[in-house]
Design a protein around this ligand. Structure first.
Ligand code: BTN
Length: 317
């Protein structure tokens, strides 16, 4: 508690020094305790300058994800009800699925600085270097099974919205759930579900935001580079949790609103595309999405195909 107060005082006087005596007085603790908290903040990664007769000053405000900072001012009711922040994990999705099976509440968020065996769509490995956001959110929607794919579209809408607001960027969605800025991928989503017969037990929405793995880097961009500045991960994460809450609530009451918004943000429909997956490839015009979020492609042979999963490449006009 005192550590947070000291951090806030140092943050708010970023350019100037605050003496140990002043900090001790404002917190109602001894100067020795102030010094101990300063050391603890340094261990967390904050760079603090200590100058005799002047006091303490934060020299850099590093982009450190801290649970208290994420929760501060969040004001969501569902998303982020419980937040687990880990330095390393095999996969946030795998852990969140296990926690969901063990009864963790809806809105639980698992975040990691890095993943050792991150998972991508279509069974791919997801390389997860430090510096990006890797998170998974537990959802327990009371919906019929055929509506489940719309959850991924809902997630994509929320991610695009958060990137637009935080980075002031023109983020759009390539079907089904790649978020693009200036034609390059900045975020991907992976949804996993546990179900029995026609009942959904839980869904985990896994999201990566930021830079992307080296093997796709030539096709991708970095959010910070696009925004022309470093995007603060705490602000981005908070905005994402707020937008997820808004769009999840809409999804539960009026799922057609989610589809409408997805269509507005979509970059696929109306373009010629190639869809690949499961060894097959389809070329044609992306005509639209159906009510369950599947892509309708008019193939070059003139027949319509309904695609539930695959990789889309948008062909140049
Ligand atoms: C894609 O293939 O585009 C989706 C990538 C999704 C990666 C995220 S990172 C957080 C979560 N945990 C995982 O193991 N995967 C997802």
């Amino acid at each position: 508690m005192y550590k947070e107060k000291i951090l806030n005082l140092l943050r708010s006087s970023h350019s100037g020094f605050i003496s140990g005596e002043e900090l001790a007085r404002m917190c109602g603790i001894s100067r020795t305790m102030v010094w101990k908290h300063i050391k603890s903040l340094e261990r967390e990664g904050f760079a603090i300058n200590a100058v005799p007769s002047q006091g303490y000053q934060i020299t850099t405000l590093p982009d450190i994800l801290r649970q208290v900072d994420v929760k501060r001012g969040l004001k969501t009711r569902i998303m982020g009800k419980a937040i687990y922040l880990l330095s390393e994990v095999a996969s946030t999705n795998t852990l969140a699925m296990e926690m969901a099976a063990n009864g963790t509440p809806e809105g639980t968020v698992v975040i990691a600085e890095t993943q050792t065996t991150g998972k991508g769509r279509l069974g791919r490995k997801w390389i997860s270097p430090k510096g990006n956001l890797y998170l998974s959110v537990v959802l327990r929607p009371n919906i019929p099974m055929h509506k489940a794919p719309l959850i991924t579209l809902m997630g994509a809408v929320a991610v695009a919205s958060a990137i637009r607001k935080t980075g002031n960027l023109e983020a759009g969605i390539k079907w089904p759930n790649d978020i693009l800025v200036s034609g390059k991928k900045v975020s991907g989503l992976l949804t996993e579900m546990s179900a029995e017969q026609d009942r959904i037990r839980h869904i985990v929405l896994g999201i990566e935001m930021g830079d992307l793995p080296p093997e796709v880097r030539c096709l991708t961009t970095s959010l910070a580079a696009e925004a022309g500045a470093t995007i603060n991960r705490t602000a981005l994460l908070q905005q994402l949790l707020r937008d997820l809450e808004i769009w999840y609530k809409k999804f539960l009451t009026h799922d057609e609103d989610v589809l409408e918004e997805w269509k507005k943000l979509n970059l696929t429909v109306g373009n010629r595309v190639t869809v690949s997956g499961a060894g097959e490839s389809l070329k044609g015009l992306a005509k639209g999405v159906d009510n369950e979020g599947r892509l309708i492609v008019r193939g070059d042979d003139g027949t319509d195909h309904t695609v539930a999963a695959g990789d889309v490449t948008i062909l140049k006009k």
